[in-house]
Write a protein that binds this ligand. Structure first.
Ligand code: SF4
Length: 192
């Protein structure tokens, strides 16, 4: 975010104060009861032959609120521009397929779904909250796909040979909003 501010000539103090005002406004306007903030939730996934292996998948939920009798997971997303295209990327994102699965298991029929709290991080600063669209096909496929991925990770870990991993070589995977993959230098310089 700091680099973005520098590149766009945005004064940090003005940025902080405008953004704080947006967040304050949003917190005051949202009715309901806050249940959790930045709390880690987990779901155990059984996989392998006869489902004898298990792993606990975790998610740190930005915000969980009860509104009109339903429980919603609310995720804050910083975006450059509010648009339908921006929101579309989240509908079948594994992050939210998993959070939906967790929400359904934890809160059962009280679970209302995922809301994306979208914060535009360039002037004019603004925010909106959108419900995720249903994705029944992706939901049905998510768990089998996660099980296959876990099995493959176990196999690769047992080989202890990073070169056997199928490299992504993809700018959106190797370098995400959170920084470079921890294997970035290895893939750039050392891969054998
Ligand atoms: S940098 Fe990371 S994500 Fe990219 S190819 Fe290498 S291991 Fe895969």
């Amino acid at each position: 975010m700091a680099r973005f501010r520098e590149e766009n000539g945005i004064d940090p103090a003005a940025y902080e104060s405008a953004f704080a005002a947006v967040l304050r406004h949003r917190n005051e306007m949202r009715p309901g009861k806050v249940l959790h903030v930045e709390t880690e939730f987990g779901a155990v996934v059984h996989y392998g032959k006869d489902k004898q292996k298990s792993k606990r998948l975790t998610a740190r939920l930005d915000l969980v609120m009860k509104q009109a009798g339903k429980v919603y997971i609310i995720d804050h997303k910083f975006v450059y521009k509010h648009s339908a295209d921006t929101m579309m990327r989240y509908n079948i994102s594994g992050q939210f397929l998993m959070q939906t699965m967790m929400g359904q298991r934890i809160w059962k029929d009280r679970f209302g779904g995922i809301l994306i709290h979208c914060l535009q991080c360039i002037p004019p600063f603004k925010d909106s909250t959108y419900p995720l669209e249903p994705a029944p096909a992706a939901m049905a496929t998510f768990l089998p796909a996660a099980r296959r991925a876990l099995e493959r990770m176990d196999l690769l870990a047992a080989e202890n040979n990073p070169a056997a991993y199928r490299p992504a070589f993809n700018e959106q995977v190797c370098l995400s909003a959170y920084g470079p993959c921890e294997m970035y230098n290895h893939c750039q310089w050392l891969m054998k």
